[in-house]
Design a protein around this ligand. Structure first.
Ligand SMILES: O=C(O)[C@@](O)(COP(=O)(O)O)[C@H](O)[C@H](O)COP(=O)(O)O
Ligand SMILES: [Mg+2]
Length: 399
């Protein structure tokens, strides 16, 4: 049976050699502890982990370690994480340690993955190549259901493929989920009458783990054609429950709010790559992974690798649609697509609702920026006979 390999960056404490530090990681996460014990037996030895490689990297070291597959309970992601991303982060002998990536053998990927995935979402929208354009209802919170639906309507008529709730909006008193969802779906039907185009609305159903499937089923009964989950705050298995529920037959948009507390520090924590792999395994159809030019911190090389982890062949699982979001506007579209390719969802909140002529014009400008790129024309050139894009570039510039 093939084993698990995990890659860590670490910086040992001054009194600890890199070899001892790497060994400490392996022992802590397999059969060891801080001292030799009298209770161990020969047959336990087969579960010992192993340091496969160790090399200097920047101010620290990178090590690849082997964890025997037998240590893992197949299909139990919380247990997987307790090994590859467990106590090691607290070891005092390590000044810093970061899980960079993890490779699970097929025997430990008994998951079904996305129900729709990138291709399935494209089929719903009717696209094959072009990037999808999405928007987040802004302001994040505060609008009542009627006004939320109005914003959604204008974004849909303007040309977006996806509209989503913000990560902080769920079922608060000022905008109850039921009322909001019904109002938005009604206005989207109206927009579809006009444009003939299908638009997905990712209603945020984030809730306690034992209620989330019920909340999704309820939303689907009310007409939802997509649901959204804050996967870090809800927990990975909440996503698993949603994706494995036969009753949840709509795509799942995965937001990663709170991720940066874990992923941002290049020396300590968990990189986005293992999180991306787990979200794909557990059934996320779309996942935020970051931008190359937006408002959130980003590492372009890491980001490209994260998106590849979502889309490359992986034990027959469908690809998850990467989402680039956060501080985007039409002037940034070319940079995103040049660096990340066109199999991507480009999402803009402020970059659409902040357009000088309003939401509909903002959505048109984003679509025009995408069309310009797909036609190999610069945004500045394209703006000469596309008014909404011209106005957006005047407001936010071309980068
Ligand atoms: O609240 C926000 O900031 C956003 O709605 C973007 O709005 P704007 O388009 O107005 O910036 C998203 O939550 C971020 O993209 C999340 O970050 P990430 O995608 O990196 O997880
Ligand atoms: Mg948001």
């Amino acid at each position: 049976m093939e084993d698990v390999t995990a890659t860590y960056y670490f910086r040992p404490r001054a009194d600890t050699t890199p070899e001892a530090a790497a060994q400490a990681i392996v022992e802590e996460e397999t059969t060891g502890t801080w001292t030799d014990i009298t209770t161990t037996t020969e047959y336990v030895r087969r579960l010992d982990g192993e340091v496969l490689s160790l090399e200097a990297s920047g101010k620290g070291f990178v090590t690849r370690v082997r964890y025997p597959a037998e240590i893992f309970e197949a299909g139990n992601i919380p247990q997987y994480l307790s090994v590859v991303a467990g106590n090691l982060f607290g070891l005092a002998r390590l000044e810093a340690v970061r899980l960079i990536d993890v490779d699970f053998p097929e025997s430990l990927v008994p998951f079904r993955g996305p129900k729709f995935g990138m291709e399935g979402v494209r089929r719903l929208i009717g696209t094959t190549e072009r990037p999808h354009v999405g928007t987040i209802i802004k302001p994040k919170v505060g609008l009542n259901p009627k006004d939320t639906a109005g914003v959604a309507y204008h974004a849909a008529v303007g040309g977006v493929d996806l509209i989503k709730d913000d990560e902080t909006l769920t079922d608060q008193t000022f905008c109850r989920l039921d009322e909001r969802l019904s109002a938005v779906m009604e206005r989207l039907d109206e927009a579809k009458e006009q444009t003939g185009r299908q638009v997905l609305y990712a209603v945020n159903i984030s809730a306690r783990a034992d209620e989330i499937v019920e909340r999704a089923e309820h939303a689907i009964d009310l007409g939802a054609n997509m649901v959204m989950i804050d996967v870090i705050t809800c927990g990975f298995t909440a996503l698993q429950a949603l994706a494995e529920a036969q009753s949840v037959r709509v795509p799942i948009h995965v937001h990663r709010t709170m991720h940066a507390a874990i992923t941002r520090n290049p020396e300590h924590g968990i990189a986005m790559r293992p999180i991306a792999r787990i979200v794909r395994m557990l059934g996320g159809d779309q996942l935020h992974t970051g931008t190359v030019s937006g408002k959130m911190s980003h590492d372009v090389d890491e980001l490209r690798g994260d998106n590849a982890a979502l889309t490359e062949p992986y034990f027959g699982l469908k690809p998850t649609f990467p989402v680039a979001s956060g501080g985007l506007h039409p002037g940034k579209v070319a940079a995103e697509l040049t660096n990340l390719g066109t199999n991507i969802v480009l999402q803009a909140g402020g970059g659409i609702h902040g357009h000088p002529d309003g939401t509909e014009a903002g959505a048109r400008a984003m679509r025009q920026a995408v069309d310009a790129f797909m036609e190999g024309v610069s945004a500045d050139e394209y703006a000469k006979d596309h008014y909404e894009l011209k106005r957006a570039l005047e407001r936010w510039g071309n980068r």
